[in-house]
Design a protein around this ligand. Structure first.
Ligand code: ADP
Ligand code: MG
Length: 323
């Protein structure tokens, strides 16, 4: 175990918490004073981020995601509860806990008159990383800014700026990277590029926490997801368990000839619905299966010309939890 009093640039990589958790938040509350009115932005939330995962904190705007991230960053003070980051309590040891994490804030604040190389160097200086231990070129390469290393940052596109901020968050080589809405306002092509950078950092051993209000982003990237709504964590599971908890699968059938409407009882009892020129039948895979349902549709006198099944997606889960 490293000393809790000195900031060691690579602290996170020299030991692993025994708990197996990169971040552990217990019973965290945040009450903002909004012009004399109390606003309860985080309501007794518990968050556990296992080492090595890509963890998504998913929720609509105003849910409390940035509040949680900013508490970890030390820019917002929580009202109660405790958070430890790589086994370091943020209250007992704020300096070390901040050294254990790299945070990419939601706003794209960039030093326009410095180059990416200078920006990374200054940041390393702020974290007390000695010159000989800096990895500026490696970081530039990692975030795909080698060619732009000596351009003024004001010449960088939005996606490049975001990647520079990722680089900035990684100069002290923390074991945890936190990104607050990494692709908000980023176009589709760049979004893919950012997703790739996040995945490769994770493959290199970095635990990643990201917030997003895009369901597809959480679905594409995260292996664990916590859903936050109005300051409360309403689900926290692996992505697979979360999707499985939605239970239902859906069978879509195209028919040779359209059925009469309303649907005859023989189809109605299967829970069938006529939507977009197809018969859609939702079923619980634990108690039924597509072959069985297909058989019943044929027995009811309908000829099927095409079949597809749809797994529940995060949107189904999200809607069923927040409705
Ligand atoms: P998210 O990042 O999920 O969109 P935020 O954490 O930014 O949500 O905000 C959560 C809630 O707290 C919102 O209702 C927001 O208006 C409120 N809030 C955020 N910052 C402050 C503040 N400094 N003072 C008062 N209320 C705030
Ligand atoms: Mg936010």
């Amino acid at each position: 175990m490293t000393s809790q009093n000195t900031v060691i640039p690579t602290a996170g990589f020299t030991y692993s918490p025994d708990s197996g958790l990169a971040i552990e938040a217990r019973n965290v509350n945040k009450i903002y004073d909004a012009g004399g009115r109390a606003h309860h932005a985080l309501k007794s939330i518990d968050v556990e981020v296992p080492i090595g995962c890509i963890f998504g904190l998913l929720g609509p705007n105003g849910a409390g995601k940035s509040t949680f991230i900013n508490i970890m960053a030390g820019t917002v003070v929580k009202t109660s509860g405790s958070i430890s980051i790589w086994e370091t309590d943020i209250d007992a040891n704020p300096r070390q806990s901040r050294a254990n994490i790299g945070i990419v804030p939601q706003e794209l604040n960039i030093d326009a008159f410095f180059t990416p190389r200078e920006t990374l160097d200054m940041m390393a200086g702020l974290f007390g990383v000695p010159k000989a231990e800096r990895h500026t070129d490696e970081i530039l390469e990692m975030v795909g800014l080698t060619e732009q290393a000596d351009f003024y940052s004001r010449r960088l596109s939005g996606g490049m700026r975001r990647r520079l901020l990722v680089g900035k968050a990684m100069v002290h080589r923390p074991p945890i990277l936190v990104l607050d809405e990494p692709t908000a306002g980023v176009d589709v092509a760049l979004r893919q590029r950012l997703w790739d950078s996040i995945k490769s950092l994770n493959q290199a051993g970095v635990t990643v926490v990201l917030t997003t209000h895009y369901l597809e982003e959480a679905e594409a990237l995260c292996d664990r997801i916590a859903i936050i709504n109005k300051g409360e964590i309403i689900a926290a599971k692996t992505k697979a368990d979360l999707l499985a908890s939605a239970g239902q699968k859906t069978l879509h059938l195209s028919l040779k000839t359209a059925p009469p409407l309303p649907l005859p009882d023989s189809l109605g009892t299967l829970g069938a619905q006529w939507r977009d020129g197809r018969l859609s039948i939702s079923f619980d895979p634990a108690t039924s299966n597509a072959v069985d349902i297909l058989h019943k549709v044929r027995l009811a006198g309908f000829e099927v010309s095409d079949i597809s099944t749809a797994e529940p997606d995060l949107e189904d889960v999200f809607l069923s939890l927040t409705k």
